[in-house]
Design a protein around this ligand. Sequence first.
Ligand code: PHE
Length: 451
Amino acid sequence: MSKKTLWGHPIGLYILFFTELWERFSYYGMRAILVLYLTAKNEEFNPNPGFGWDNTSALQLYGWYTMLVYAMGVPGGLLADRLIGQKKSVMLGGVLIIIGHALLVMNGVWEFYSGLFFIILGVGALKPNISSMVGGLYRQGDAKRDSAFTIFYVGINIGAFSAPLIVGYVGEVINWNYGFGLAGIGMAVGQIVFIFGQKYLKNVGDFIPHKVDHATKQKVKLTSIEKDRIIVLLLSFLIVIVFWMAYEQAGGLMNLFAKEKINRIFLSFEVPASWFQSLHAFYVILIGVPMAWFWVKWSKTGWESSSLFKMGLGTIITGFGFMMLAAAAMETMESPDGLASVHWLLSAYLLHVVGELCISPVALSFITKMAPAKYVSFMMGAYFFAIALGNKLAGLIGEAAQNAGELAIFWGIFGFCVGFGLLLILFVKKLKKLTHGADDVNEEQAIVEPE
Ligand code: PHE
């Protein structure tokens, strides 16, 4: 591993940062125009024709697509652990994503489906493994690991924020296929960064063969510690499902709520409801680094600052975001125009992002600390599967809201998140025992010998 550092972190982190920034640019850019493309009219006089599908079919395909990209993290993780290592999986994933977009550019039905297929396989091979590689840059006990994941997460969101604006514009206003092409070019830039940055990623993400030799067999104790850590990881995935189930209301229920029930007039200009979709990424970029800094300071006070505690707290905070939405739903019932003030929505999104930053980068980091080295990629893939489930549940809840009404659903999600978060915090001491110290900062272990 190269020992050169920049702003206190190994240069390899910035290579992974830019690779993932561009991968997310391509993913979110393509995703932003997917449904619009499918539903665009397919008539001769239309200068930018699509497939002419109805909304329901387009949303169904979208739901399957977004679920499958993350569910594919499981085979993607296995590929890395069992066959080729994380680094080569990232490389392969990048190539598959580029091929996928090239197929989308070709503008045919067969090309379209196979393009999506390639992207699904590519993201599955790339995204969980590049996340594991971030962890691979740090030694056990290194306090910098958590902040590295936050930096990485900010990169993700720079890509996620800019892509819908740029690819969305090119695709919608100029030509859908150019939009897909631009998303593909984004991934190609990421791939180039990754290839040229290899010298900073030596000894990270290489394949570790599974040796079942005599020595390993004798380390039974070790094995029970590893088992405990896997148990605590799997338990933490429950909270992850709850969190994403709540958070991913953004694209569905909250999106519709913004469109129908929020007063979006700003200085006599009506802000499009879809713009609120960029708020998550915008807030992450704004508060990601200050929050990482806050946690470092907080941990120095000696107060509880374990990953599990942060995840519990994050879920509670996300829950409070839904309290804001419930308040907005109540306001719509009283206001003469049936609309609620936009500040409810802005503060709900902010609380969701504070929750996200307590959970998402923390969980990524937690997995790289907790999983035995030979299973890191697989556990990362399993985490992605939990996210896929959370996303699917989010959709189901959104559908349920059509009958139950928004107010009941917002209160329901609030109660569920707060209840689950409190439960986790209540048991945090017990659960922490199962980590056997792997979540603790230990500067001595982390010290890197001077060059
Ligand atoms: N915005 C995050 C990203 O695109 C959401 C996410 C987190 C997805 C973790 C998968 C895993 O990376």
